[in-house]
Design a protein around this ligand. Structure first.
Ligand code: PHE
Length: 447
């Protein structure tokens, strides 16, 4: 007998689980610094417009593809046209590459969480604390394992009892915490100027690269092009309104990114005395600058602990979506069962996560194309494979199965208000945007 496919129990379950995937380090760390760098308010506006056009189109395409075929990425494409089966495999390889190194970073977050919660803020703000930690041999691996093990437990519990349940608890908590920290940092002396710096449109900083940075960020932030949305769509109930669900996920994701900026930019601005380069320090912003900002605040250890719990929740729900997608794809293809498949993916992640972790310590002499091991995987997945997978999806939907295929699915459960926009976007505008992202990511085009 054919096994019933797992389902999210309700529309809210789908929205929160999908938002759980979308809201991650991209929102909390990357968005604020991009907004600060690319003209504040004008970046926010650009991002918003792109989210309801470009982001909306790609997300609804993936979710509808999953729901209509009731299959995850690997088989969804092949089931519609064998020639495009390889796109399915591409959407499998991407989370396979990302998941192990995402767990390494999840381990770093866990380390800071434990340091702040156990009252060790002083140590955690030492000048070399971060580099000492990530370059050690065993400790980051231990924290990675811990983070990975929690993800595994949730996946073994299943779609409704694991993924959905955890998201419906953590996502509302995440909102409350972010609003709380926002209010706190906005009340800091001198924060007004920082808020202005974040929100005021600075037209001089606006250029084509603002649009491109916003596009790239959107892509990553909405967990597109890696099979996640197809898988989650395949768990969505047939009668839940697809368009409004996708809109709600986007709103959630964008709101959290916006609030993250309000929480971080003014605080860093005040702390650094208006020095813009403080915003621009890559991973250092989250693991070096922010801990120092907390230390300089009243009740800083408390706020810092709160902050890292929040980041931990965000990273965990994203990592859950990566692992769920992998397990679902393998199980759809080989019928290996949830438990066995999860254990297999767990072992795989350990084996591939360890080199990424050691790449900052014992194996730091190993570089690939000038990148550390973790950064190399990040480059290959985000800058190369994801745009290619998204481009092929657009071509597949736009010209092979035709936009009607998606429109019918959306209309089977409600109105499709942005139908005309969707059709033009998927066929013409989205592919052009994606090619630009790809060329810039590869360094072929500089704007
Ligand atoms: N969308 C997540 C973010 O904004 C990133 C992510 C990457 C999520 C990979 C899942 C998988 O941070």
């Amino acid at each position: 007998m054919k096994k019933e496919r797992d389902n999210f129990s309700s529309k809210l379950g789908f929205v929160l689980a999908t938002a759980g995937s979308a809201v991650g380090l991209g929102n909390l760390w990357r968005f604020p610094y991009l907004a600060a760098k690319y003209g504040g308010g004008i970046f926010l506006l650009t991002y918003l417009i792109l989210a309801v056009t470009f982001g909306f189109t790609l997300m609804i395409t993936e979710v509808a593809l999953g729901r209509r075929t009731r299959l995850s990425g690997t088989r969804a494409f092949a089931s519609l046209d064998r020639r495009f089966g390889f796109v399915g495999y591409l959407t499998f390889i991407i989370p396979l590459i990302i998941f192990p190194y995402y767990c390494v970073i999840g381990g770093w977050v866990t380390k800071y969480l434990t340091a702040f919660v156990s009252g060790n803020m002083k140590a955690a703000t030492g000048a070399t604390y971060f580099t000492d930690f990530i370059s050690a041999n065993t400790s980051p691996i231990f924290f990675m394992l811990f983070f990975l093990a929690i993800t595994c437990i949730v996946i073994i519990m299943g779609v409704q009892k694991g993924v959905e349940k955890v998201s419906t608890i953590l996502m509302p908590l995440l909102i409350i915490m972010i609003i709380f920290i926002c209010i706190f940092t906005m009340l800091q002396p001198g924060a007004c100027e920082g808020i202005l710096y974040y929100l005021k449109p600075n037209f001089a900083d606006f250029s084509a690269s603002t649009v491109l940075a916003a596009l790239g960020q959107l892509f990553y932030s909405m967990s597109l092009a890696m099979g996640i949305m197809i898988t989650y769509g395949s768990y969505m109930k047939k009668n839940d309104d697809l368009e409004s669900s996708v809109t709600q996920v986007e709103l959630f994701d964008t709101a959290i990114a916006f609030l993250a900026g309000l929480m971080i930019v003014p605080a860093v601005y005040v702390f650094s005395g208006g020095d813009q380069s403080a915003m621009n320090s890559g991973p250092g912003l989250m693991f070096i600058t922010l801990p120092s900002v907390f230390q300089s605040m009243k009740f800083g250890s408390f706020i810092g602990a709160f902050f890292f719990i929040l980041v931990f929740f965000a990273a965990l729900t994203s990592s859950i979506s990566l692992m769920e997608t992998l397990v679902s794809m393998i199980d759809d293809r080989f019928h290996t069962g949830r438990r066995k498949t999860t254990i297999g993916v767990f072992l795989f992640a350990i084996i591939f996560g360890i080199p990424s972790s050691l790449g900052f310590g014992a194996w730091s002499h190993i570089t690939i194309m000038g990148y550390s091991i973790l950064d190399f995987w990040d480059f290959i997945s985000n800058s190369v494979l994801m745009p290619i997978s998204a481009l092929l999806t657009c071509i597949f939907v736009g010209f092979i199965v035709k936009p009607r295929f998606i429109i019918e699915e959306v209309e089977s459960s409600g109105n499709f208000k942005r139908k005309a926009l969707f059709t033009i976007m998927i066929r013409y505008i989205a592919p052009i945007c994606i090619v630009l992202i790809l060329l810039c990511g590869l360094g072929i085009l500089t704007i």
